[in-house]
Write a protein that binds this ligand. Structure first.
Ligand SMILES: C[S@@+](CC[C@H](N)C(=O)[O-])C[C@H]1O[C@@H](n2cnc3c(N)ncnc32)[C@H](O)[C@@H]1O
Length: 333
């Protein structure tokens, strides 16, 4: 497996001397310990995928987005560029863009470039330093646009900053919705319906069902970047919880499970071993997995029907020619 370089600290963007004020509603450090111990002591063992995204994990995710096997980002960008005018028309003028899981805010720029008189941009992400940098860069590129970054876990209740706008458009690209089981995704869509309000909308990227071989390749890239991203979770537990995972004794695995229609990513113990966090000893058998991420893939009908259980109706769907990925606009039903 390729050794993926650590990224270096990023300089402040040109044209911006001071960092933007950030609304810090980040989960407490103790949440990681609690969630990691609960997941690793459960059967089967799990770790929540939101903890992939420390600063290095966020950077690794951006590397994944450029891989030849990883079609979702490339395809969502193509759709967003091709239909930018229609997407902006659906969102309407003077909209506040509230983005969940904004990462590097790359796709956002296509939307902002086409929105009529956007009222502001609120990127929400759990990865504080990465968010801060992405928001600073975006604010430098869009002078005059109010930008208020919020570091928060969007699965927990939070109140976004109140900015004057005609309506709120919740933007949720990257098929991050696929990381949730159907019940949790429906619950999150209900939360989103609350965030967007009665006049607002949801602009969401949803990955579609396709040839399983293409899916398995996308999560098992030849350069091993996805493997490094997955294993970085253990490095994070070693650093932040003083755990003693030996990364040489775990390996990345990503498989397609046709019944729920999802890729399941795991870290598999290569041998019998014990790992320690605090005074807890966590025993692994050879071949035993830790489930680290689901990526559900939907048909258009499946997604529409799940959204309807959350009180949302699909108003527009844009896809690529091969129907690999979709960008969808929803409002309250
Ligand atoms: C799959 S990446 C998508 C990034 C970007 N939106 C895109 O489309 O390329 C998921 C993003 O959501 C963030 N994230 C994941 N779980 C989160 C949570 N529970 N609360 C807030 N942000 C979260 C991650 O830090 C990461 O930036």
């Amino acid at each position: 497996m390729l050794e993926v370089q650590r990224h270096s600290p990023r300089p402040r963007p040109n044209g911006l001397n001071k960092a933007l004020p950030l609304v810090d509603l980040a989960p407490a450090a103790s949440d990681l310990r609690r969630d990691a111990l609960a997941g690793l002591c459960a059967t089967p063992k799990t770790l929540p995928c939101k903890y992939f995204y420390d600063d290095h994990g966020s950077w690794l995710f951006d590397q994944i987005c450029t891989l030849p096997e990883y079609y979702p980002t490339r395809t969502e960008l193509v759709i967003s560029r091709r239909y930018a005018a229609e997407i902006a028309a659906a969102c309407g003028p003077q909209a506040l863009l509230l983005e969940l899981g904004s990462g590097s805010s790359t796709k956002t720029r296509i939307i902002l470039d086409h929105l009529r008189a956007p009222a502001g941009y609120v990127p929400v992400d759990i990865a504080r330093d990465f968010l801060r940098h992405a928001a600073d860069e975006l604010a430098a590129a869009y002078p005059g646009l109010p930008v208020v970054p919020v570091c928060a876990d969007f699965t927990q209740p939070f109140t976004p900053p109140a900015l004057a706008a005609r309506r709120t458009i919740v933007y949720f690209p990257g098929s991050t919705i696929g990381n949730f089981t159907a019940d949790d995704a429906a619950e999150l869509l209900r939360t989103i319906a609350g965030l967007m309000g009665p006049e607002g909308g949801l602009l969401i990227g949803v990955d579609l069902r396709k040839d399983p071989n293409m899916l398995v390749r996308a999560y098992n890239d030849a350069r091993g970047v996805t493997a490094a991203f997955n294993l970085n979770l253990l490095t994070r537990l070693n650093r932040e919880l003083s755990a003693d995972f030996d990364l040489a004794h775990f390996q990345h695995r990503a498989t397609w499970d046709p019944t729920p229609g999802r890729i399941e990513m795991q870290l598999v113990s290569k041998r019998d071993q014990a790992v320690h966090i605090d005074d807890q000893s966590i025993e692994f058998r050879a071949g035993e997995p830790i489930r680290t991420e689901y990526s559900h893939k939907y048909t258009l009908d499946q997604f529409a029907s799940m959204a309807s259980t959350a009180g949302l109706a699909v108003r527009k769907v844009w896809t690529d020619h091969a129907r690999l990925f979709s960008v969808q606009y929803l409002t309250r039903a």
